[in-house]
Design a protein around this ligand. Structure first.
Ligand code: 15L
Length: 270
């Protein structure tokens, strides 16, 4: 299959390329012109910003499936999130219609759910609770995908990525959100290849003992994670006991929650 990978020079992009190449897919890889794509055999590289119509048209020509990692990937000033995660995503889906793309594998995020408390175990149909404008853009992106499936028959696999750093978990929160390299690679391959999924949300995390997600629930890809962050738990640096009322510990989004947060005493309603 001809597969376009956007954000192909980033952490997720780089890790996605080998399993898709090995499975025999022809890859077109794109990233901003400032990023090093380092293409190898089986990959054709295109540098540039997908927000520019000419680049988008070249990127999508002949493509059946898009794996879309390119985005603003954490909380930033709203105009930047609006440009990269809303407008460019809209252009990508409209481009997909023009070019007959069958499926978009979309990089959603745990931050679409980050204002759920850490005591909550989420199911695939749990309500969104974005923890910042970035998280909210991922809610919007998932709903965009669902709409294009119903109205235009373009499939979307929404990968709700937890924490993928291509490293062992670095703190207690990541014991819940961690996604290991092997699990990411089987997930991406399934997301590209599994036939007939329609609109399919999937938790992009490993089989973590402390997961905030109900992983016993079947998903459309048949993704069954095999790694578990818990095996690294003993080696983690000790963390000070968090204050019971610290919103970064109370809510799943952690520090994304408190980047902008009004203390109770300063709120118009308490
Ligand atoms: C995300 O969505 C971010 O893109 C990533 O940088 C991490 O911060 C991750 O979530 C996380 O929650 O650890």
């Amino acid at each position: 299959m001809k597969v376009l990978i956007t954000g192909a020079a980033g952490r997720l992009g780089r890790a996605s390329r080998p399993p898709l190449r090995q499975a025999g897919h022809a890859l077109r890889i794109t990233d901003l012109s400032t990023a090093s794509l380092d293409p190898v055999a089986g990959e054709d590289a295109l540098s540039g910003n997908l927000g520019e119509p000419a680049i988008l048209e070249r990127a999508l020509a002949g493509v059946e499936v898009v794996v879309h990692w390119a985005a603003t990937s954490n909380e930033q000033a709203f105009p930047l999130v609006l440009e990269n995660n809303h407008r460019v995503l809209y252009e990508l889906y409209e481009g997909a219609r023009r070019h007959g793309v069958r499926r978009i594998v979309y990089a959603s995020s745990n931050h679409a759910f980050g204002l759920h408390e850490t005591s909550t175990r989420l199911r695939l149909d749990s309500p969104y609770r974005a923890d910042c404008f970035y998280g909210l853009s991922k809610v919007w992106g998932e709903e965009l995908g669902r709409m294009y499936w119903t109205k235009h028959g373009i499939e979307t696999v929404a990968l709700r990525i937890g924490t993928f750093m291509n490293l062992p978990p670095r703190n207690v929160r990541e014991l819940s959100t961690w996604l290991g390299l092997e699990d990411l690679q089987q997930l991406v391959k399934l997301a590209v290849e599994k036939p007939g999924v329609g609109f399919a949300p999937v938790w992009g995390i490993s089989a973590n003992t402390r997961a905030w997600y109900d992983l016993s629930e079947p998903n459309a890809l048949g993704y069954v994670p095999r790694q578990n962050a818990e095996e690294f738990a003993a080696g983690l640096p000790k963390e000070d006991a968090a204050a019971a009322d610290d919103p970064a510990s109370r809510y799943q989004g952690g520090k994304f929650v408190t980047q902008s947060w009004t203390p109770a005493a300063q709120r118009p309603h308490r």
